[in-house]
Design a protein around this ligand. Structure first.
Ligand code: HEM
Length: 473
């Protein structure tokens, strides 16, 4: 039996892992509130490259900075795929950038990086847009007059507006129904990506495909999102002036109209629609949650907040914060790095897949194996960070108070699939964070207890909480 022999051969040297139960596999070993913790536990028994089975699907988990780096840097091409899932096949699989593979992914990634560079990174213009957004955000903060408020919605809206400005060259008022609708769609999807129902559905589409649950909601949301995006860019198409491209959608439509073979193969509306939703999904909640961790941590550690504010006073004074200031501000830079390390926003990265059969650290991984690079295990790696479980900006400072790099700082992942918005995100984090601290003192509401555990989900957002923003001047 050729098939059986092949299967046996393929899995003979597969990474080890706990024994799987019928149907559920190892699901009973995974704490759905905190899967990272379960993974770290399993690694203690089975090593830094181990396998687990969710339902009927086998995954390989990479644990610890050295292992993650070895895979994503030394075998960059081999680990650069995305898994093809049953759910994805019915939604966005293959299009856009996040879930794409092969040539389509390469073209979309190249397009995204170069367009973000042209409209966003490096250029002064995006810095001005972020600064403008900061002003609007601070006005909202001021309107609370120092009284407690929940900042989740408003921070999401500010982050959404930055992406919006790159995509559409337009900012929406925080009460505009368009942005409210978009945020609802993106948030609901991100929440449900982590849900156990979705994971099960990936394993047995035919068995539970008819059950009402979050996966049906995802399909509905996805359709709503696509029709929303289509309406928006059809309008843009009418206004397009090839000689005056003002945003990412313009540039995409211009490529579409070039009439080259590439135009038809890759620059079609399906790719545009999925790419646009991907950029929202990837860039909104990540940036906003990081900033919310930042403010929460400043309330928790007022003495650290004070040191940041001192540095702001010394270097920026009452001028407008600019990216240029960062290199003169080692303490603030260290604090922002530590916020990202401690916040650990995307603990399991996005799932990767092997693009060919490979042998990694003595184990055989057939082409198409789903691989989870556990960024959490690098950001909390005690071989690289002195106090991994604490908020300790000194992780990024040398004894002279200068900024000190740490190679295990990989919140944006590594290698060919690493975050395409890294530079944009860093610019946003610095400008929003310093502007807010320049203008407000952040305090816990009277009597409130500040909890630093993350809310359960695919990303690590802070638990719901309120903040008080006391104007400094
Ligand atoms: C603090 C903010 C952010 C963090 C922590 C973050 C983190 C990540 C991580 C961990 C990945 C997965 C990498 C992998 O598969 O190994 C990713 C992918 C990605 N991110 Fe970000 N991200 C942030 C902000 C942004 C922003 C602002 C954008 C742009 C709008 C963006 C666009 C993307 C894209 C397009 C991908 C997919 C890359 C690909 O599949 O080739 N991200 N990000």
């Amino acid at each position: 039996n050729v098939f059986r022999n092949q299967k046996k051969y393929k899995y003979a040297n597969f990474p080890p892992g706990p024994k799987a139960l019928p149907l559920i596999g190892n699901l009973h070993l995974i704490n759905t509130m905190n899967p990272q913790k379960s993974f770290m536990e399993i690694a203690k028994t089975y090593g830094t490259v181990f396998s687990i089975q969710l339902g009927t699907q086998k995954l390989v988990v990479l644990c610890g900075y050295d292992t993650v780096k070895d895979a994503l840097i030394n075998y960059a091409e081999e680990f650069s795929g995305r898994p093809v899932t049953a759910m994805g096949a019915r939604t966005t699989q293959g299009y856009g950038i996040l879930g794409a593979n092969g040539e389509n992914w390469k073209v979309m990634r190249r397009f995204t990086l170069s367009t973000l560079r042209d409209y966003g990174m490096g250029k002064k213009s995006i810095e001005n847009k972020i600064t403008e957004e900061c002003e609007c955000l601070m006005q909202r903060f001021r309107s609370h007059g120092g009284k407690p408020f929940d900042n989740q919605f408003i921070m999401n809206a500010a982050a959404a507006n930055i992406i919006m400005s790159i995509l559409l060259d337009h900012r929406f008022d925080y009460d505009d129904p368009t942005i409210l609708k978009l945020m609802r769609l993106v948030n609901e999807n991100i929440k449900s990506v982590g849900s156990i129902m979705v994971r099960l559905y990936n394993s047995f589409p035919s068995v539970i495909g008819w059950l009402p649950g979050k996966h049906n909601k995802i399909f509905e949301n996805h359709k709503e999102m696509q029709s929303f995006v289509r309406d928006t860019f059809t309008r843009k198409e009418k206004e397009l002036d090839i000689n005056n491209q003002r945003n990412l959608i313009d540039t995409f439509l211009a490529k579409q109209q070039e009439g080259k073979p590439e135009s038809e193969l890759y620059y079609h509306n399906k790719n545009l629609g999925v790419l646009v939703s991907n950029l929202f999904a990837a860039g909104m909640e990540t940036t906003s949650s990081t900033l919310r961790w930042g403010l929460l941590l400043m309330m928790k550690y007022p003495e650290i907040q004070k040191k940041v504010q001192c540095e702001i006073e010394n270097i920026i004074g009452s001028a407008q914060p600019q990216v240029e200031h960062r290199k003169q501000m080692p303490y603030t830079d260290a604090v922002i790095h530590e916020i990202q390390r401690f916040g650990d926003i995307v603990p399991g990265s996005l799932p990767h897949a092997t693009t060919k059969d490979i042998t990694f650290r003595g184990y055989f991984l057939p082409k198409g194996t789903t691989v989870i690079p556990l960024l959490h295990s690098a950001l909390k790696d005690n071989a690289y960070f002195e106090k991994p479980e604490e908020f300790y900006p000194e992780h990024f400072l040398d004894s002279d108070g200068k900024f000190k790099k740490n190679e295990a700082f990989i919140p944006f992942s590594l290698g060919k699939r690493s975050c395409a918005g890294e530079n944009l995100a860093k610019m946003e984090l610095f400008l929003f964070f310093t502007s807010l601290l320049q203008n407000f003192i952040f305090q816990a509401p009277p009597g409130a207890e500040l909890v630093l555990n993350p809310a359960p989900g695919f990303t690590n957002a802070p638990l719901p909480h309120e903040i008080c923003a006391m104007p400094r001047k």
